[in-house]
Design a protein around this ligand. Structure first.
Ligand SMILES: Cc1cc2nc3c(=O)[nH]c(=O)nc-3n(C[C@H](O)[C@H](O)[C@H](O)COP(=O)(O)OP(=O)(O)OC[C@H]3O[C@@H](n4cnc5c(N)ncnc54)[C@H](O)[C@@H]3O)c2cc1C
Ligand code: FES
Length: 259
């Protein structure tokens, strides 16, 4: 884990509400891995105290840059949306556990719900560079929340919108069922990030079909380094709880005691 100040290299909207930000990554630091996250110290004037967590959505070793995709939600993300290249941010990274390697010959199926797309983009790019054959299912409420990215040209991508305004009409889980009903390869392994109901539905499906499923949990955080217990979720085994910031954010879906 490194604590450093780094310049914003690029910051722009990619669709309604979502923005992409690229930041310098000191080349001497170990690279972040798909699934890991960073925290940003709220800049002065935001009125916020706690560092804000964001999943890493890409890493470019040639340019020494990392990327996040973020949604304008409250004071800090609204401030970030107004930041200009050249301004610096206080970063703690990389944090948390990464997604594991896909098991054996299983085809990786990546599910992203809403702003959960960031870590799935990073995982997709990483799997492509290793000659796997991943599928990306990207679900959103409507077409205004779907960016157009070059990545979609390089990977089998299924876009799903709740209102049918773009791609498949239904949720990302509906799109997954349709993909599988079309007789696609059943030797698959799931990797997902998105709203809890989506992750829980996927966990149930994975259990019923005896497939491995890895989920990235976005839980409100305090310290983000394992000290405050502010981010715990119920799990099976141990003392019944796990810290999302250090034992996650990636979990085997069967490990979580879904409520
Ligand atoms: C491991 C992890 C990875 C994350 N990755 C991303 C990412 O890649 N992109 C992204 O946009 N956001 C991500 N988040 C959520 C992000 O941290 C919050 O959106 C951000 O902290 C909001 O800060 P704010 O000051 O703008 O809003 P605040 O004023 O703090 O909150 C505004 C509203 O946003 C919602 N919110 C705040 N924090 C969270 C949270 N952790 N989870 C769900 N809802 C929240 C609540 O409804 C809250 O009322 C991640 C969170 C975690 C824990
Ligand atoms: S946020 Fe403090 S222990 Fe996880």
């Amino acid at each position: 884990m490194e604590h450093f100040s780094t310049p914003i290299v690029h910051n722009a909207p990619i669709c309604e509400r979502y923005h992409v930000m690229k930041l310098g990554w000191p080349p001497q630091f170990a690279p972040p891995l798909p699934g890991q996250f960073l925290t940003i110290q709220p800049p002065p004037g935001t009125g916020a105290l706690l560092r804000r967590p964001f999943a890493v959505s890409d890493y470019d070793p040639l340019l020494s840059q990392i990327e996040i995709v973020y949604e304008r939600r409250g004071s800090v993300t609204s401030h970030l949306a107004a930041c200009r290249p050249g301004e610096s941010l206080d970063i703690l990274a990389p944090l948390g556990k990464a997604f594991p390697e896909p098991t054996g010959s299983a085809r990786p199926v990546l599910l992203a719900g809403g702003i959960g797309m960031g870590p799935m983009f990073f995982l997709a790019t990483s799997l492509l560079s290793r000659d796997t054959n991943p599928v990306l299912i990207l679900g959103a409420r409507d077409s205004t929340l779907i960016p157009d990215l070059p990545l979609f040209e390089r990977i089998d991508t299924i876009i799903a919108t709740d209102d049918g305004s773009r791609g498949f009409h239904g949720t990302s889980i509906d799109a997954l069922h349709s993909f599988e009903a079309d007789g696609n390869d059943m030797n698959v392994e799931y990797f997902a990030c998105g709203p809890m109901p989506m992750l829980q539905a996927l966990a149930v499906h994975a259990e019923q079909t005896s497939r491995k499923c890895w989920v990235s949990i976005e839980q409100t955080m305090g310290c983000a380094v394992g000290a405050c217990m502010g981010c715990v979720i119920p799990v099976h085994g141990g003392n019944g709880y796990a810290r999302v910031c250090t034992e996650g954010p990636i979990f085997d879906s069967q490990e979580i005691a879904w409520t």
